[in-house]
Ligand binder design. Structure first.
Ligand SMILES: NC(=O)C1=CN([C@@H]2O[C@H](COP(=O)(O)OP(=O)(O)OC[C@H]3O[C@@H](n4cnc5c(N)ncnc54)[C@H](O)[C@@H]3O)[C@@H](O)[C@H]2O)C=CC1
Ligand SMILES: O=C(O)[C@@H]1CCC=N1
Length: 267
């Protein structure tokens, strides 16, 4: 089964839904005519009509006309809206993927009360540029549904399958993670300006340096410290700066922030 001829609906096409839509639209093998997006008020999506996608506020119609349902609603509305959809869902046709933070497969299953394949996925907003790392969890044994959902999220980057118990941790490290990294980059840019670069040049240096650092780890599969050791000349400026950062709690602040985010997710 290929994602490229499946009918896909994004139910609740807000910030994250739009990032996923942009990623899907960038895949030339996906026909925009097969994509339907819904939003309560569709006016902010009208500029997308020229891409060929269907835009509607009618979730039931969108579900009826689709096979893969990506539900990108807020955690506090998702169960109510799924409850309104349940009588148009078909367990022999539909595959459901929820992106809602903290809403379990069991809660979704008991709301829709059907045995269709249900997945939770946690992409991140880099889906917008085809670089999301998406963590996927399911209790379904339907291998072709699994394959389809994997293909869908691979079309907006990469994906891994994890146990549902790790979904909250995946939310923090992968989804909130984008924000942590961007704040780190902002700090680096501010430092760069203080030592002499204009904001534009500092941003160019920082963005490409961060991309290069990530690529080193992705391609070489090394521990970060292995690459750090290559940069830290004895008595040099790198180690002096790194140690000053650590004296000020750099790694500790990150770890504490990650744990705080994790504890904030309602369990
Ligand atoms: N992986 C990530 O990076 C992130 C994940 N999330 C998760 O993704 C989900 C969506 O979050 P956001 O995109 O930030 O929220 P959002 O509020 O931007 O998007 C939700 C959309 O649903 C629409 N909506 C509300 N009621 C509706 C209805 N009855 N019918 C159709 N559409 C309706 C809203 O108009 C809104 O556009 C949340 O469950 C959140 O936990 C959120 C932010 C980042
Ligand atoms: O901040 C939040 O609650 C959501 C969950 C993942 C990213 N943003």
């Amino acid at each position: 089964m290929s994602i490229h001829n499946k009918k896909i609906a994004i139910i609740g096409c807000g910030n994250l839904g739009l990032s996923i839509l942009n990623g899907l639209l960038a895949d030339p093998r996906i026909n925009p005519k097969n994509i339907t997006v819904t939003k309560r008020k569709t006016s902010s999506l009208e500029h997308l009509a020229s891409t060929g996608i269907q835009i509607t506020s009618d979730n039931r119609k969108a579900a009826q006309e689709s096979e893969l349902l990506i539900v990108a609603l807020k955690p506090y509305t998702i169960l109510e809206i799924l409850g309104e959809l349940k009588d148009v869902l078909d367990q022999d046709r539909h595959i459901m993927v929820s992106l809602a933070t903290g809403i379990s497969l069991k809660q979704i299953q008991s709301t829709i009360d059907l045995s269709l394949p249900i997945f939770r996925a946690m992409p991140n907003t880099a889906a917008d540029v085809g670089e999301s790392l998406t963590c996927i969890a399911t209790k379904s044994n339907d291998e072709s549904a699994k394959d389809l959902v994997t293909q869908c999220f691979n079309s907006i980057g990469n994906s891994i399958h994890i146990n549902e118990e790790l979904m909250d941790a995946a939310t923090v490290l992968g989804a909130c993670g984008i924000a942590y990294v961007l704040r780190f980059m902002r700090g680096m840019i501010q430092g760069g300006i203080e030592i002499g670069f204009d904001a534009h040049t500092a941003t160019t240096i920082v963005t490409h340096t961060v991309k290069g650092a990530a690529q080193l780890l992705i391609e070489r599969k090394q521990h970060p410290e292995h690459e750090i050791d290559k940069v830290t000349t004895p008595k040099g400026c790198t180690i002096a700066g790194l140690n000053e950062m650590e004296h000020n709690g750099f790694s500790s602040a990150l770890i504490k922030g990650i744990v705080t985010s994790y504890n904030k997710i309602e369990k």
